[in-house]
Design a protein around this ligand. Structure first.
Ligand code: DC
Length: 209
C-alpha cells in the first residue's frame, strides 16, 4: 500500500506521515529531506544553489545517515531546498529512488509536495494536509526554538509565505492537491485529532476495518 501525503511546509504532514507509517506497518520516506540534503551539500560546498549540474551530482552523495542530520532541519536548509527543488533535473534525479521506496513491499508513506500528483499518482490513499499560514508559522516557530534555533515569529511567517509561493508557482511539479486527494485542514486540530481523521480516511479508502 502507498499513502501519498502532500501539503505546504509546517502543515503537520511529517508527524502525521510518521505516525501513519507506524500504524499501517509501512516504510516512511520524508521526501523533503532529499531536497534539503541536496541543498545542504551545495551550501557546504559553497556552490551556487542555481547550479543544476552540481545539484544533480549532489543527489548521488545522499546517504541514509545524512537524511537524519540535524543540519537539514534549519530554516536556511528549508529555504535552499525550495530553490533547488524548482530545477527539473534535480526532481528527475530523485524520482527513481522515491519510486523504488514506494513500490517495495510492504509499501510506504511518502510526504512531500508532488507525491500524489507525480511520484505516486497510483497511491491507494492520497491526503492533502494543510493549515492556515499563521497556524503553520506558529508551529514552526516553536519547533525551531525547541531545537535551539534563534528566530522570530515574523521571520518564520515571511519565510513560510515565500516558500509557499515558490513551491506552488514553479513550473515543474508544483505544490497542488491531486484531484483525488482527501483534504485535511489541521488549523484547528491537534496532532491526535489529525491522526484520527487521517486513519478514518485510510480505513475507509482501503476497506481496512
Ligand atoms: O517538506 P520540507 O519543508 O522538508 O521540504 C523542503 C522543500 O523541498 C520544500 O520547500 C519544497 C521541496 N520539496 C519538493 O519540492 N517536493 C517534495 N516532494 C518535497 C519537498
Amino acid at each position: 500500500m502507498i499513502i501519498a501525503i502532500d501539503g505546504p511546509a509546517a502543515s503537520g504532514k511529517g508527524t502525521l506521515a510518521r505516525r501513519l507509517a507506524r500504524r499501517y506497518g509501512l516504510i516512511y520516506l520524508d521526501t523533503g529531506a532529499l531536497y534539503r540534503a541536496v541543498a545542504t551539500l551545495l551550501l557546504n560546498d559553497g556552490a551556487d544553489l542555481s547550479d543544476a549540474e552540481a545539484a544533480v551530482a549532489a543527489t548521488a552523495r545522499i546517504t541514509p545517515a545524512f537524511l537524519e542530520d540535524s543540519s537539514l532541519r534549519t530554516a536556511e536548509a528549508g529555504r535552499a531546498a525550495s530553490v533547488v527543488a524548482a530545477m527539473p533535473p534535480v526532481r528527475t534525479a530523485l524520482f527513481d529512488y522515491q519510486r523504488s521506496v514506494a513500490t517495495t513491499p510492504p509499501g510506504a508513506v511518502l510526504d512531500g509536495r508532488d507525491i500524489g500528483t507525480v511520484i505516486c499518482p497510483d497511491a491507494e490513499v492520497k491526503l492533502f494536509v494543510t493549515a492556515d499560514l499563521t497556524t503553520r508559522a506558529e508551529r514552526r516557530y516553536h519547533e525551531l526554538m525547541a531545537n535551539g534555533m534563534d528566530t522570530s515569529r515574523d521571520i518564520v511567517l515571511k519565510d513560510l509565505a515565500e516558500r509557499d509561493q515558490r513551491d506552488a508557482q514553479r513550473a515543474e511539479a508544483p505544490l497542488v492537491a491531486a484531484e483525488d486527494a482527501y483534504l485535511l485542514d489541521t488549523s484547528n486540530l491537534d496532532i491526535e485529532a489529525a491522526f484520527q481523521a487521517a486513519c478514518a480516511h485510510v480505513d475507509a479508502a482501503t476497506g481496512i476495518n
